[in-house]
Design a binder for this molecule. Structure first.
Ligand code: 4AD
Ligand code: MG
Length: 464
């Protein structure tokens, strides 16, 4: 079966010929004159529509023609011929036009310009716009390239659970999953929720990361990756946070932080290159309409080594500019988006990998450095966005890991299976997480993370 043959992308790539071909899609625009009618038909395979030219004398069912409006689904048959107009190389000379699904004129996507904010309110239709069609094609390319990169490097794709009893980041930003009746929650004698009565017999949550389970597979299969949805109940309204986002998490055994940084850099460059190669038309669109200079930036990033600095060096570079920041920094403070952007946009003028953060601002599982203060964490920062990747070498010393977990007040018993890895054949290992939507934002130049995922979930946003 060749399902691509009749896609608009394939039809536009044809030479003119006598073969009668079929084009199915949705009408983006209709231009009508006395003798001819022009339809622009789009099927999502590419940005450009196929111009279908209807000679009214030849195709004299004017009732059908009149009922074809913007947004209607149509099937057109005809020859592909060289186009008279300047906007396209070829067009279809219609022999037959069928109205498959009519579209009344309250269709919200009429030709006028629509803001992304408005389009978010009609997210079920926004994929029919140029912008969202292009975003989804780039997203598709980056997803496929992710599998390509890891598969060609011998990584095993592991499906880690979505419902979990642990908090992989220890940040307490989890959604609870329960079947308990909320208007009559069973309580224990001391008045607390009796989770033993719940579905799993334990309090359970949506996962914030597949890392911990990923580590268990990496210590069996050496190199693995996850690629799935993750959930965080961060109660912040920003342009780069979602409550549900997709994350790619590779985990590698016999690998230290140096190897981890190398893979992160190579993988990101592989993604950007894939978009440049597979979506040139879409990137031209983003260049013109969304983020001028984006193509050159991507090309440059692919060719240039990432910068490296330690957290301590980063603070030294930032401190003289404390006056310019909303939140001034000093050694020990968390690096926020404004600082991340300053480092990558002003100091390095390229993506930068920052390492060796203070233990206090990073997760419990990161390998503790010899200085007793910092951990072998690494964040990859990029211009416009700040953090795109977070990762680390993992603490693999049983005693040190347990001591750290206790220090943070974690229930170490609940993580028995995780700490077991440090008991049975423990090995240096490292990994990272790429926020998939951040990668899509970076490649497309889209300003708001809610516009690079089909149905964004964020505080107060759950329509569709
Ligand atoms: O830095 P984070 O929290 O790291 C982890 O989850 C580790 N378990 C990863 C690992 O080492 N395997 O998250 C990783 C990335 C961030 O760099 C960011 O790109 C993205 O996930 N991210 C979010 N993206 C959208 N919305 C949110 N609320 C996000 N939180 C993190
Ligand atoms: Mg992080």
């Amino acid at each position: 079966m060749d399902l691509t043959k009749n896609r608009i992308k394939a039809l536009l790539a044809r030479q003119s010929g006598d073969e009668i071909v079929q084009a199915d899609g949705w009408v983006r625009t209709k231009r009508d004159s006395k003798n001819v009618c022009f339809l622009s038909v789009n099927d999502g395979s590419c940005l450009q529509g196929l111009q279908v030219v209807i000679d009214k004398a030849k195709l004299n069912d004017n009732a059908v023609l009149a009922s074809i409006t913007t947004g209607a689904a149509v099937s057109c048959r005809g020859k592909i011929v060289a186009s008279q107009g300047g906007n396209q190389a070829v067009e279809m000379q219609a022999e037959e036009v069928k109205l498959v699904g009519p579209c009344p004129n309250d269709y919200p996507l009429q030709k006028k310009f629509q803001t992304v904010e408005y389009l978010r309110e009609i997210a079920h239709l926004r994929a029919r716009t140029n912008t969202f069609g292009a975003v989804m094609r780039v997203r598709n390319t980056l997803a496929f390239a992710t599998h390509q990169y890891f598969q060609q490097n011998g990584f095993i794709y592991v499906h880690t659970p979505i419902i979990s009893a642990s908090d992989a980041e220890g940040a307490g930003e989890q959604f609870t999953v329960t079947t308990l009746p909320l208007d009559n929650v069973p309580k224990t004698k001391d008045g607390k929720v009796d989770w033993s009565k719940d579905f799993f017999g334990k309090m359970s949550k949506l996962t914030v990361s597949g890392q911990l389970e990923g580590e268990t597979y990496a210590t069996a299969m050496k190199n693995i990756y996850t690629f799935g949805p993750t959930f965080r109940s961060e109660n912040s309204v920003t342009k780069r946070h979602l409550a549900e986002f997709w994350m790619i998490e590779p985990e590698m055994s016999f690998c230290d932080i140096e190897g981890n940084m190398d893979v992160a850099e190579e993988y990101l460059k592989f993604l950007f290159k894939a978009a440049l190669e597979k979506n040139p038309e879409d990137l031209e669109f983003f260049e013109k309409r969304v983020q001028p200079g984006i193509i050159e930036t991507l090309r440059h990033v692919v060719e240039t080594p990432f910068a490296h600095m330690t957290y301590t060096e980063a603070i030294k570079a930032l401190e003289p500019h404390n006056g310019e920041f909303e939140f001034p920094v000093h050694w020990g403070s968390d690096i926020q988006t404004e600082h991340e952007r300053y480092l990558t946009e002003q100091v390095c003028k390229s993506p930068v990998i920052v390492t060796d953060y203070p233990a206090a601002i990073k997760s419990f599982y990161m390998k503790q450095n010899e200085d007793g203060k910092t951990v072998r964490g690494m964040d990859v920062l990029v211009p416009r966005l700040g953090e795109i990747i977070g990762g680390s070498e993992r603490e693999v010393d049983y005693d040190k890991l347990l001591a750290r977990m206790r220090q943070l007040g974690m229930n170490t018993d609940a993580y028995w299976w995780y700490t077991d890895l440090r008991k049975y054949g423990t090995v240096p290992h490292s990994g990272f997480g790429l926020g998939f939507e951040r990668a899509v934002m970076y490649v497309t130049g889209m300003q708001n993370i809610r516009d690079v995922i089909p149905y964004p979930r964020a505080v107060g946003q759950i329509e569709f």
